[in-house]
Design a protein around this ligand. Structure first.
Ligand SMILES: *[C@@H]1O[C@H](CO)[C@@H](O)[C@H](O)[C@H]1NC(C)=O
Ligand SMILES: *[C@@H]1O[C@H](CO)[C@@H](O)[C@H](O)[C@H]1NC(C)=O
Ligand SMILES: *[C@@H]1O[C@H](CO)[C@@H](O)[C@H](O)[C@H]1NC(C)=O
Ligand SMILES: *[C@@H]1O[C@H](CO)[C@@H](O)[C@H](O)[C@H]1NC(C)=O
Length: 475
């Protein structure tokens, strides 16, 4: 366009030159030169306009082949361009006739000036603006994409409407089933059904309108766009939403099992109360014996009390909740959770309690246990004496002492020290049941794990030494 503006500017300056022809007599050749120059510019501009017209015509032809609607502004531009070209060509033709006037006796300056002025006006007022207007054309027709996809778009929307109707049918059936069961329908399912109905109505109106819109490209374009928007903004999201519906109603199982659920809860509460009774009796017994109650038993009893209170409140509330399905659902869920998360684990825990207190046997046998330990220590000391004598004999016979005999003597010494420490401690531990339990247990373990085996080892038939000089295998 810069080139076109430049040429218009040069045309204007040519007009000024022509003006001089009137102001002062100018040499015939000079005037003729300006006039020729002006008309030459017009010829150039007309060529440029024709080229642009042909380019636009090419776009228009292509758009028409695609069945697209040509913009009104483009059509008007084409008519104006044709008119302007016709006028310009007439001026250029007249130039040939004017040439004869210069051939005559005297040049017709005024006639040539008028002619030159017309050419200038045509370029400034018409050709320039027409070329500028053409540059602003984005498209000569309404959107190629929407138009060319027009049929495809409507086939797709018909498909989508079918899909949406099937989805609605599916959801509708679930809702009916749920309603028959007296279940509460979820709010978002209700909303989805309303939205689907309204979108199907819109889509069907659009499809119906399509059959009657004929060939008007602007309306075709608008309908195609509306169809596309309906699919992208509404039908797609609604179909996706349907896929995410797990349940259309408050849990079928929980609601239909409502009565069963509460019967079960009542049963479970009874079981828990029985278990509590059993544990409480054991605890009583243990306390009478002065036994220490285990920490986890104390905690279990507290938990059981609180859960039984909760369950009984729930059972009590049940009688007054009436038929409101949402509240029934919530209570049924609460009952279910109470059983699964609390009552079940508490009943299981109770089964794993071996003892509710520090071992009854160990504590009640406390004194007996220590009497036994004192006995065992004596026995062990006697055994040690016997073995030491045999070792002495062996040494006198210059025999090598067996390694396991040496080890036995060392073990016996260390166990006797430990046992005597325990016996000594016993006199000072007083009545603290936990400490008594721990000491009694330590005494028991010492006897079972160490003293018993050591006494047994001593009794077994064995050699205590072997002669260094003899060839006896000293192991
Ligand atoms: C303009 O002129 C061209 C060439 O004569 C012709 O093909 C075209 O149809 C005309 N257009 C209009 C809008 O008159
Ligand atoms: C269908 O056509 C009628 C009449 O032209 C119009 O009022 C209505 O808005 C159109 N419906 C749609 C969805 O385009
Ligand atoms: C029982 O009902 C009362 C009153 O509606 C309520 O405050 C309470 O939370 C309910 N208890 C349970 C365990 O649901
Ligand atoms: C004996 O009592 C002392 C002091 O309370 C303690 O450190 C030690 O471990 C006890 N010995 C045994 C074998 O229990």
């Amino acid at each position: 366009m810069a080139a076109a503006v430049g040429s218009i500017a040069s045309v204007v300056s040519a007009v000024l030159e022509v003006g001089k022809c009137l102001a002062a007599p100018i040499g015939q050749f000079k005037y003729l030169y300006n006039y020729n120059n002006n008309l030459k510019s017009l010829e150039t501009e007309v060529m440029r306009l024709k080229k642009t017209r042909d380019e636009v015509q090419g776009k228009v032809d292509a758009a028409e082949i695609n069945g697209e609607e040509i913009k009104q502004s483009v059509k008007e531009w084409q008519t104006k361009v044709n008119n302007t070209i016709t006028e310009a060509e007439r001026l250029i033709e007249e130039k040939e006739e004017n040439r004869r006037c210069f051939k005559g006796l005297r040049p017709n300056c005024i006639n040539s000036y008028k002619h030159s002025k017309k050419a200038s006006k045509l370029m400034v007022d018409h050709i320039g603006p027409l070329l500028q207007q053409e540059e602003r054309f984005d498209e000569v027709s309404y959107s190629s994409i929407q138009q060319s996809n027009y049929e495809t778009n409507f086939d797709k929307i018909r498909d989508d409407v079918l899909k949406l109707k099937n989805a609605r049918l599916k959801v509708g059936r679930k809702v009916e089933e749920a309603e028959i069961k007296g279940e509460e329908i979820e709010a978002d399912v209700k909303k989805w059904l309303q939205d689907v109905d309204s979108i199907i109505a819109k889509a069907e109106e659009l499809i119906e309108n399509q059959s009657s819109i004929g060939t008007d490209h602007k309306i075709r374009y608008q309908n195609s766009k509306a169809a596309s928007e309906l699919m992208v903004d509404h039908i797609g999201p609604l179909l996706q939403q349907e896929e995410r519906f797990d349940e259309v109603s408050y849990s079928t199982t929980l609601l239909s099992n409502y009565e069963t659920n509460f019967d079960k809860l009542r049963d479970e509460v009874l079981k828990l109360k029985n278990a509590r009774l059993k544990v409480e009796r054991k605890v009583e017994d243990a306390k009478i014996k002065g036994e220490e109650i285990e920490e986890d038993v104390k905690k279990w009893l507290e938990d059981v009390d609180s859960i039984i209170a909760k369950a009984e409140e729930l059972i009590e509330n049940q009688s007054s909740i009436g038929t409101d399905h949402k509240i029934r659902y919530q209570n049924s869920k609460a009952a279910s959770e109470l059983m699964v998360d609390h009552i079940g684990p508490l009943l299981q825990q109770e089964e794993r309690f071996d003892e509710v207190s520090y071992s009854t046997t160990l504590l009640s046998n406390y004194e007996t246990n220590f009497d036994k330990l004192r006995d065992d220590v004596l026995k062990l000391k006697n055994a040690r004496l016997k073995v030491e004598r045999k070792v002495e004999e062996a040494k006198n016979n210059v025999e090598e002492i067996e390694e396991d005999v040496k080890k036995w003597l060392e073990d016996v010494d260390s166990i006797i020290v430990k046992a005597q420490e325990l016996i000594e401690n016993q006199s000072s531990i007083g009545t603290d049941r936990k400490t008594r339990y721990q000491n009694s247990k330590a005494a028991s373990e010492l006897m079972v794990d160490h003293i018993g085996p050591l006494l047994q080892q001593e009794k077994s038939d064995r050699n205590f030494g072997c002669k260094k000089s003899s060839n006896r295998n000293c192991r």
